[in-house]
Design a protein around this ligand. Structure first.
Ligand SMILES: [Cu+2]
Length: 144
């Protein structure tokens, strides 16, 4: 390694060491009190085929794709069968926590027959729920 490369490597190491680590708190966004997420479709208690459409509603805020830092905005996450999650950090992407990071307003969902619970939670550009969490009422559906 020549001297210049050594200096660059040393500088990189220093920057890495002293750079403040972003905490979840820093990544949180504020949501207005009147903001509401809600499931437009299906209706609570609906009896559905295995594949059905879920339509997402949002009022008092705007939709923005993941990665786009915009005030009073976020993207939907569909919670299936009440997964546990932390309101103070980025939502993981799992079978039970589906991200709609392109700011989609609906999806086609396929679930196994039986009772299922659906709920929406808005996340900001970094997939973190807002500090005034925007969470819909859960609905229950029966898949036949
Ligand atoms: Cu997300």
């Amino acid at each position: 390694m020549n001297f210049k490369a050594f200096c660059v490597a040393l500088l990189c190491a220093l920057v890495f060491l002293v750079a403040p680590k972003a905490s979840a708190q820093d990544l949180m966004s504020h949501a207005p009190n009147e903001a509401q997420a809600y499931i437009i479709e299906p209706a609570d208690g609906a009896i559905l085929p295995e594949t059905f459409t879920v339509k997402f509603g949002l009022s008092g805020m705007d939709l923005a794709p993941a990665g786009v830092m915009q005030e009073n905005a976020g993207h939907h996450h569909l919670l299936i069968d009440r997964p546990e999650f932390d309101l103070a950090t980025s939502l993981p992407s799992t079978e039970q926590i589906r991200h709609f990071g392109k700011a989609q307003t609906e999806t086609q969902l396929t679930l196994t027959p039986g009772k299922h619970t659906l709920q929406l939670v808005l996340g900001n550009y970094a997939h973190v729920p807002h500090d005034n969490p925007v969470i819909s009422e859960p609905i229950q559906v029966i898949v036949e």
